[in-house]
Write a protein that binds this ligand. Structure first.
Ligand code: SAM
Length: 247
């Protein structure tokens, strides 16, 4: 698989001796997964009717590997909301957030709803789940996924994070920022992410992420938990280190 030269150079600098193994991983098929929706059914009920065996992933007790050629939308259980199609590692952010029954949880960048629906499964659809998605048509997809997964204890909004920080400062026990990013971790399955990538795009994302994170920090109560996640590797986006300010 061809990758942008500037990206390869950055990864070489970042990974050193580990780069060869990292580069070789692009020739392997990406892993697929399903996440059990305990709002609707148990693992045993799901297993009884699925055409494949559930193999646990290390990222969440609700996450299982699915065969790479699985056609999720062809399974009636998918439409019934018994599970959500989610890459195994994507389930780790909510594992860290560790939502519990009764928690008031804000998912600030929520569409299409993979992590919101995982949060609801862990709270048992109790407390409050506030799912926000700034892009209006993506908020509609989020609502439809929450509905399909049977999540009822939820509010869906479509506003900029600053507005939530202003109106609901300190209100939430737990806040998740699954930030819009340059998507370096998506290259293997999304050619558009490869085409759109550039060092400038990484920087633009980093600036936007810092603004979102600052609003998120205002929304969480004292002693609460804030989890920040991306599907990218760059230090600018993950550690807030913008290269040009270091030179
Ligand atoms: N958490 C989602 C899930 O698990 O299904 C995926 C979220 S995706 C990585 C990031 C989301 O942030 C996108 O839906 C995007 O529209 C939204 N977004 C874009 N710009 C934003 C901004 N300025 N503030 C908040 N969210 C933004």
């Amino acid at each position: 698989m061809e990758l942008p030269a500037a990206f390869e150079k950055r990864m070489q600098d970042m990974l050193g001796a580990e780069y060869t193994a990292f580069r070789a991983s692009y020739n392997e098929p990406h892993k697929r997964g399903i996440r059990l929706n305990t709002v609707k059914c148990t693992k045993e009920q799901l297993e009884r009717v699925l055409p494949f065996t559930l193999v646990q992933t290390p990222f969440s007790p609700l996450s299982f590997y699915a065969p790479t050629d699985t056609k999720m939308a062809a399974l009636p259980l998918y439409h019934a909301g018994a599970f959500y199609s989610q890459e195994p590692s994507a389930s780790s952010a909510v594992t860290l957030l560790a939502p519990e029954p009764g928690d008031k949880v804000l998912d600030l960048c929520a569409a299409p709803g993979g992590k919101s629906t995982q949060i609801a499964a862990l709270t048992g659809d109790t407390g409050l789940l506030w799912s926000n998605e700034v892009v209006r048509n993506r908020a509609a997809i989020l609502s439809s996924n929450l509905e399909r997964m049977g999540v009822r204890n939820t509010v869906v909004s479509s506003v900029y994070p600053e507005m939530l920080a202003e109106k609901l400062g300190g209100y939430f026990d737990k806040v998740l920022v699954d930030a819009p990013c340059s998507g370096e971790g998506m290259f293997r399955r999304d050619p558009v992410a490869v085409q759109e990538w550039s060092p400038e795009h990484v920087e633009t994302c980093a600036v936007r992420q810092l603004a979102i994170l600052s609003s998120a920090a205002q929304c969480v109560r004292e002693g609460g938990i804030l989890v920040y996640s991306t599907c990218t590797f760059s230090t600018e986006e993950n550690e807030g280190v913008v290269q040009k300010f270091l030179e």
